[in-house]
Design a protein around this ligand. Structure first.
Ligand code: NAD
Length: 355
């Protein structure tokens, strides 16, 4: 069972909860917009269902409302920032604004952001960059309960470490590849668990390392520290290697830290993000880049659809299609997720309609 909400209603309600949890009106609006955009983009795992977790993290002291990204190193085309455990949606945008200004001025910028609370959809930051005709590459680690098993391992040792690449395209929407290095995002397991669904084989292992289709094995239980199982990395040993690269670059190199301890009950999710920004105009290849990129994408698009597909897409298209559909039809929220949001509102003294 689920109910459908217009995006504007969800934005207003989520902003009200976040503000009641201590954020300024502007911060609450930015976070709510970001979360609802994730729902609109088809990624409910990174949408309004995160609000209960954010409220708990604020109440526990792991997430600091109204914090700003602080510059710790400024060498022109190399920037380091400390997110000071502020809302990732806010400190992430602040860090990107600074990095993009440098990339436009100098041709490129390497920007390391440490200690951001959950950055949400990493594609949001790549979209900021491609809107300014910049290429963006992001490696991100996740300090939270370790949910993903190493290739060949039988328990969770690290997070869903996302990787994202955005490439602007002349006269067209950008290529926007944005994915968790786990077989699926953990939030999608939370959504499936809340909806009472089993998931496809190949995503999960149980506490003994055996394959399972029960998403509950990676959904934290109230007050409990340990998970019963783990997600598997995507792409076998190759996806596992990319996940480790995200931990080394997004976690170790940024100064945010890596995960190397048993799970605890903390609700905070801390992201470290290494971002590489590049102005393709400054490489002297703009004309050939644009012509070659479009020729290649047209070539891809002419591939005849395989059985079960209507056409060949590039990364970024499914999210843009979902936005058009969900703006029109509304955003479906399952009853369990809505009940959790209502309960989160109550914790900060706000009444929303019950599920
Ligand atoms: P996913 O498996 O849905 O993959 C999404 C990517 O694949 C997108 O780039 C999409 O455009 C592309 N894609 C999907 N179908 C396609 C098709 N038919 N043809 C071509 N390309 C296609 O995403 P996911 O792994 O579940 O990740 C979801 C979100 O979770 C991402 O936005 C990611 O940044 C976010 N995330 C965030 C954190 C964090 O800690 N902040 C952790 C993990 C994931």
């Amino acid at each position: 069972m689920s109910r459908s909400f217009p995006a504007a209603t969800l934005r207003a309600q989520m902003a009200a909860i976040i503000e009641a949890a201590g954020s300024s009106t502007d911060e609450a609006r930015t976070v709510a917009h970001n979360l609802v955009l994730a729902n609109l983009s088809g990624h409910d795992s990174h949408g309004v269902g995160m609000v209960p977790r954010y409220v708990d993290a604020v109440l526990e002291g792991g997430l600091a409302p109204n914090a700003s990204a602080k510059v710790t190193v400024d060498m022109g085309a190399v920037l380091a920032l400390d997110g000071q455990r502020g809302y990732g949606q806010v400190v992430g945008e602040q860090a990107m604004a600074l990095g993009m200004a440098r990339a436009r001025e100098l041709g490129s910028c390497i920007m390391a952001l440490a200690n951001a609370h959950h950055l949400g959809r990493i594609g949001h930051f790549a979209e900021m960059a491609t809107a300014q005709q910049l290429v963006a590459i992001h490696f991100v680690n996740v300090l939270s309960r370790p949910t993903v098993a190493p290739w060949g391992g039988a328990d969770g040792r690290f997070g869903t470490n996302p990787c994202c690449i955005g490439v602007p395209l002349p006269g067209r929407e950008p290529f926007l590849l944005d994915f968790a290095t786990s077989r699926v995002a953990q939030g999608k397991m939370r959504v499936a668990h809340n909806e009472g669904r089993r998931v496809e084989a190949g995503y999960l292992i149980d506490a003994q390392g055996r394959p399972t289709t029960d998403p509950g094995v990676v959904v934290p239980q109230p007050g409990g520290a340990s998970l019963f199982g783990a997600l598997l990395p995507f792409g076998e040993h190759k996806g596992y290697g990319l996940a480790v690269a995200c931990e080394l670059l997004g976690g170790a190199l940024t100064g945010s830290g890596t995960w190397h301890r048993p799970a605890d009950t903390q609700r905070a999710v801390i992201n470290g993000m290494l971002t590489i920004l590049l102005d393709p105009g400054k490489l002297g290849t703009r004309e050939s880049f644009e012509a070659e990129a479009l020729a290649f994408l047209d070539w891809l698009g002419h591939s005849p659809p395989a059985p079960g597909f209507d056409k060949v897409r590039i990364a970024g298209e499914p999210e843009r299609e979902a936005r058009v559909r969900r703006e029109r039809e509304g955003i479906a929220i399952d009853e369990q997720t809505w009940a959790e949001i209502v309960a989160a509102g109550k914790k900060v003294g706000l009444s929303l309609p019950d599920a």
